[in-house]
Design a protein around this ligand. Sequence first.
Ligand code: MF3
Ligand code: CO
Length: 236
Amino acid sequence: MREAGKVTAYILSELKNVIKPGISTLEIDRFVEKTVKAHKMIAAEKGYCGYPANVCVSVNEEVVHGIPSKKRILRDGDIVSVDLVVEHKGYMADAARTYPVGNISDEARRLIKTAEKAFFNGINFAKEGYRLSDISNAIQRTVEGEGFGVIRDFVGHGIGSEMHEEPQIPNYGKAGRGPRLQRGMTLAIEPMITQGSYEIDVLQDDWTAVTVDGQLSAHYENTVLITDGEPELLTL
Ligand code: MF3
Ligand code: CO
């Protein structure tokens, strides 16, 4: 998982230079496919429950599971979320970032920053002795404290030899609930947040989740290893 995580982190970091006004979302998919292959690893989203691409690319009001397309051209002022799962020797790493395209509004920038801040406030509780929902609660308080919404219909998850394992990790809820955290657990913690309402719809393609009110959404995710001390971020 560490090795898969390093390549995941490398690709998400390189995408800062790939993403610019005028490229299509398919170009992001091509870059991911080529770079994962060059490391002799697997883009594990391809074929997962029939998902048709190497990576999820969601623009503006798209929350998650956007399908890359040569027709979807990124424009100055857009924000784009990229969610990538890399598999190596049967083990997975999962991470997501939201990128600015050219110059974006201050509000869009604040939304992106808040998803990241929510993740880091959440993992203050990703330690032995805390309970799972302590993470959820810290994420919700951070996001709602900034006046933004927390998606309810998608959650973080355990991860290992499967992309999605127990437990589910909501980005909302009361503290002090759920399993106690123990060293060796690997969790994909992933706040998905919105400028407005947290209600989503799924488009006709059966994948792309969008905000019902058409407002922007941002996503920030890392695969996190619980240790006897500070958590280890495998995809950063
Ligand atoms: N990577 C997503 C997650 O964070 C799952 C994508 S499912 C896929 O859990 F089918 F779209 F690949
Ligand atoms: Co995930």
